[in-house]
Design a protein around this ligand. Structure first.
Ligand code: B12
Ligand code: SF4
Ligand code: SF4
Length: 316
């Protein structure tokens, strides 16, 4: 067995032992097709007020500019599908945010991953990323053979659907590369496009980020949600799962193994009245390690008001 084969097997074993459900590896290269798609997306203004998406274009389409000497992109995916749903009375929170903040959970695993590589394989330079770096994570997942990009823009697996986080570890070590995922199993289905409450899903797997409920409820800072969106949020208070909930491939989703993603009781059980009665101090205490802290207390209050949950029943 060559060293490269052995190291590749080691890397995949570390991924499994650290609790990642999938691991695929691709050779570092400049992403020319993606650069064209990203440029088009930005030109159309689909990033809205997410200015960070306009930064570091060259790095985003070429990992060797982000990590000097980079040879391989190791893509990791971890299931977050919760074992329990929210109660009917609760303003809706998207499932990825039920438990502990995935940035914290995954960053810890990535640090361990790098130290395992250095301990067992040798001196390897690399960096782990999850979500917030200029890396086109869904494209790397497709290029590493982990799944296809659905019409709703999400990376889908045939085995368990799309309720996965994606992380990448970019290293200066040669490894054996997986074939890109060649097929697309969306077929003639258009359920996500038809179900999107704000018509944010366009043709050709393009999502207009500036129309997505996830953007309005999480990313939009200190601003009012445009009035044209009133009545369209379908009770989503933080994020939105509609285009995933309706996807037939998510019938195969099963509960996450990662204990850190166990739902916070308040997210499952709080009614609108409980959310409205919450003080900033208790928000900070309860959600200190939750993705909800990104929207801040003011953001959650704004979202509740927008949904007319300020003391009234849903739909009132
Ligand atoms: C900005 C962002 C958002 C924005 C904009 C969304 C968007 N579609 O771009 C907002 C706030 C709206 C958002 C919402 C959500 N997001 Co988000 N988001 C991101 C972020 C930070 C960047 C995405 C990006 O680069 N957008 C720019 C556009 C142009 O890129 P793109 O949509 O990914 O499309 C590229 C590829 O899909 C590719 N492509 C398109 N068609 C084809 C076809 C082929 C054949 C190939 C090869 C490639 C390809 O080309 C595009 C350019 O490269 C990533 C993390 C990251 N660093 O990648 C997370 C990320 C994409 N988000 C994620 C999640 C979970 C969500 C939500 C489900 C959260 C929620 N429940 O509320 C929603 C889903 C909305 C949706 N349907 O896309 C996950 C997706 C996991 C998965 N299984 O796919 C990511 C990867 C975060 C993570 N680390 O896990 N998000
Ligand atoms: S997350 Fe919700 S609003 Fe955003 S594209 Fe999907 S269905 Fe539409
Ligand atoms: S709902 Fe249908 S079209 Fe949309 S991602 Fe799922 S399979 Fe593809």
């Amino acid at each position: 067995m060559s060293n490269t084969t052995y190291y590749t097997q080691q890397v995949k074993t570390f991924a499994r032992n650290l609790g990642f459900d999938y691991c695929g590896i691709a050779r570092v290269q400049k992403l020319d097709d993606d650069a064209r798609r990203l440029e088009n997306w930005l030109n159309k203004g689909y990033q809205g007020a997410m200015q960070y998406m306009e930064n570091h274009f060259e790095m985003r389409v070429d990992p060797s500019k982000l990590v000097p000497g980079a040879k391989s992109v190791i893509t990791l995916m971890i299931n977050y599908f919760p074992a329990k749903e929210q109660s009917e009375q609760a303003p809706k929170v998207s499932k990825y945010a039920y438990g502990k903040d995935y940035h914290e959970v995954i960053r810890k695993k990535m640090n361990l991953f790098l130290s395992l590589i250095n301990e067992h394989i040798g001196e390897v330079h690399g960096r782990g990323f999850v979500d917030s770096a200029p890396v086109l994570e869904r494209s790397w997942a497709q290029r590493s053979g982990l799944g296809w990009i659905g019409k709703n823009g999400n990376l889908l697996t045939k085995q368990q659907g799309s309720f996965f986080f994606i992380a990448t570890l970019i290293v200066d070590m040669e490894l054996e590369y997986d074939d890109p995922f060649a097929k697309d199993y969306c077929g003639s289905c258009r359920k996500c496009i038809d179900a999107c409450p704000t018509d944010a899903i366009l043709e050709n797997k393009v999502v207009d980020g500036s129309r997505c409920i996830s953007y309005f409820t999480i990313e939009l800072k200190d601003m009012l949600i445009p009035l044209e969106m009133e009545g369209k949020f379908d009770d989503w208070m933080f994020g939105c799962d509609t285009c995933q909930d309706v996807c037939p491939w998510n019938r195969f989703a099963n509960a996450a193994n990662e204990q850190e993603f166990t739902p916070i009781a308040e997210i499952l059980n709080f009614t609108s009245d409980d959310w409205n009665a919450m003080t900033e101090d208790s928000f900070k205490k309860i959600f200190r390690h939750s993705p909800l802290k990104r929207a801040k207390f003011e953001g959650i209050q704004r979202n509740l008001k927008f949904l007319k949950h300020n003391g009234k029943a849903p739909g009132e």
